[in-house]
Design a binder for this molecule. Structure first.
Ligand SMILES: Cc1ncc(COP(=O)(O)O)c(C=O)c1O
Length: 379
């Protein structure tokens, strides 16, 4: 399908090609100096003490759950309105995800009160996900977690570059996880980063990333080591130099691209307010600076969403849904509704994600808004 306006697009140019070519010419492809440079640049950018590049954010979330101490018999509170990876990461450790509701129409993030109500004697961690790059109520959630002795893991897959109270999202909690999947604000194709300020975690994370081994092929190549011990269970969650090279270049473009995304979001708000005021645009009064990853809107209650999406498609505009709530999936509910998450259920059924990427023009946004107005005309 050739879209007139796709949902997302990458910002790749000659800089990325040169960076990849330099890696190819170096003849060293697996994790090495380029990855170290990427990690240092990323840590400095978000203001974290430690950053470890990994194969994707799902791996980062898994490692985060392991260092947070989750295991069999434990519970972790997670939003249901997120990508399934947030909850899967909890399950990889044998722990149980317990789903919390979202705030409401104007804030699609996890609700502080719902988190508080979900805490039991088995709860060990809270996983927050900054929906669309908009900050969760981190000051309150961190205070609650500290009071109850819980760890906080930030799924910052949408939120690379987002800030709250002058601090980047991903560094508020005990551990933060970012995704560089191809539709994200910066991309390496597949890729991710895990950040922390915790010294003990920083010792454990590289071991989890690479089979629990005390040295890497790179260390042996550099002559720093000739053998290794295996000191615990680990995985192969390593990134490679090609993707780290892409990451370094993409990180350099992030500030400008996030600025552009925020501008486009405002153009959307204005155009939708004028053309389709019945469509709700969440996060109008959000706190902080958003990475504006998603352009989510809520259709009027009762709108046939699939007919709406068909109409948008026939006008050449790609739309998507973020997300079918996790607690409704067969693998999480056994097909039976165990949870009552009224806000999540009502709002997720009305959600539509519109195209948003830095190369979009203001005119593209107006085209999308007009297409929405057309799609909403009763047949
Ligand atoms: C909220 C959220 N969490 C986690 C992930 C998983 O990221 P990755 O594809 O890098 O594993 C994604 C990816 O789309 C996501 O959107």
């Amino acid at each position: 399908m050739q879209w007139k306006i796709p949902l997302s697009d990458i910002d790749f140019g000659p800089e990325e090609k040169i960076a990849v070519d330099n890696v190819l010419q170096s003849r060293w492809l697996t994790m090495g100096s380029v990855t170290q440079e990427f990690e240092q640049a990323f840590a400095a950018y978000v203001g974290a003490k430690y950053a470890f590049a990994v194969t994707n954010a799902t791996a980062a979330l898994h490692m985060a759950c392991v260092v947070a101490g989750l295991g069999e018999g434990d519970e972790a509170i997670v939003p249901s309105l997120t990508f399934v990876a947030t909850a899967n990461a909890v399950r990889y450790t044998g722990a149980t995800p317990v789903f919390a509701d979202i705030v409401g129409e104007h804030d699609l993030n996890i609700s502080y009160h719902s988190v508080e109500n979900a805490i039991s004697e088995k709860t060990r961690a809270i996983l927050v996900m900054h929906y669309g790059g908009y900050a969760c109520d981190m000051p309150s959630i961190m205070e609650l977690a500290r009071e109850r002795g819980l760890k906080v893991i930030e799924d910052a897959a949408h939120a690379v570059g987002s800030e709250l109270d002058g601090m980047k999202l991903g560094v508020w909690g005990d551990v933060g996880c970012y995704s560089f999947f191809s539709n994200k604000n910066m991309t390496t194709g597949e890729g991710g980063m895990i950040v922390t300020n915790n010294d003990a975690y920083s010792q454990r994370l590289p071991l989890l990333r690479s089979h629990g081994m005390t040295s890497l092929t790179w260390d042996r190549h550099k002559g720093h080591a000739w053998s290794y011990d295996v000191v615990g269970l680990g995985y192969n969650y390593r990134i490679d130099e090609i993707r780290s090279a892409l990451g370094k270049v993409q990180l350099g473009k992030l500030t400008a691209n996030n600025d552009r995304r925020r501008c486009l979001t405002q153009v959307y708000r204005d155009a939708l307010q004028e053309l389709t005021p019945q469509v709700v645009v969440p996060f109008e009064n959000h706190a902080g600076i958003s990475a504006a990853h998603l352009m989510s809107v809520l259709l009027p209650a009762g709108t046939n969403r699939s007919s709406f999406m068909d109409s948008m498609k026939s006008q050449g505009i790609q739309t998507s849904i973020h997300y079918p709530p996790i607690h409704t999936f067969t693998a999480f509910s056994g097909g039976k509704a165990k949870y009552s998450l009224p806000n999540t259920e009502e709002i997720a059924a009305r959600e539509i994600t519109l195209p948003l990427y830095s190369a979009m023009s203001d005119e593209d946004v107006v085209t999308v808004a007009k297409a929405i107005a057309h799609a909403l005309i009763p047949a």
